[in-house]
Design a protein around this ligand. Structure first.
Ligand code: GAR
Length: 207
């Protein structure tokens, strides 16, 4: 059984989608840890409701370096025997400390069709604002593996939505979230069934 940690800093609707999918038996994995850098993240409450262990290490005012912070997080994941880390609205850029230890075992969900609208500063509503400003006709969500380099890792799954001239960042975000809630559990299912192969930086999915 693949043991999963979900990292979240915010509302945690993606965490909720993963918890719900686990409960319906979509994937043969177990969410054994919810982690946050913000002790008041709503995601932690969701974990408690579902009796999943939750841990927060406050990043604001943390005395050590970013690497030291990630070393603590890594020790936590190793102690809990975590196989897969799912970033779900986790608003911190990981250091190589975690990325190397969990190579191709950390996934992230991004609210746009990468490689478009990714990179530093492109998160949450900033992404949707940029998509609308660019008058894109289409947007969506991407699940990818995390490598060094923001939003740069091999793409696992994408889901598309139409963007209309009447869309606002809010309406677009709502549409994209619906897609996120479908593709993230599906990507976890593929991982748990060992159907994702990474070769030369590209994902191949075994049918
Ligand atoms: C989601 O839209 C996710 O794609 C985005 O934050 C939101 C979290 O929502 N992540 C990023 O922008 C990362 N670059 P949630 O807390 O309701 O799951």
């Amino acid at each position: 059984m693949i043991k999963i940690a979900v990292f979240a800093s915010g509302g945690g609707t993606n965490l909720q989608a993963l918890l719900d999918a686990q409960e319906t038996g979509l994937f043969k994995g177990k969410i054994g840890l919810v982690f946050s850098n913000l002790p008041d993240a709503k995601a932690l409450e969701r974990a408690e409701t579902h009796r999943v262990e939750s841990v927060a290490i406050t990043s604001k005012g943390y005395s050590g370096s970013r690497e030291e912070y990630d070393k603590e997080v890594l020790r936590l994941c190793q102690a809990k025997k975590i196989d897969l880390i799912c970033l779900a609205g986790y608003m911190r850029i990981l250091t190589p400390v975690l990325i190397k230890a969990y190579e191709y075992r950390i996934m992230n969900i991004h609210p746009a069709l990468l490689p478009k609208f990714g990179g530093e500063g492109m998160y949450g509503h900033h992404v949707h604002e940029a998509v609308i400003k660019a008058k894109e006709k289409e947007s969506g969500a991407t699940v990818h593996f995390v490598i060094e380099g923001v939003d740069a890792g091999p793409i696992i799954l994408q889901g598309h939505v139409k963007v209309f001239p009447t869309d606002t960042p809010q309406t677009l975000s709502e549409k994209v979230l619906k897609v996120e809630h479908l593709i993230y559990p599906e990507a976890v299912r593929l991982f748990c069934e060992k159907k994702i192969i990474v070769n030369e930086g590209k994902v191949r999915i075994i049918p």
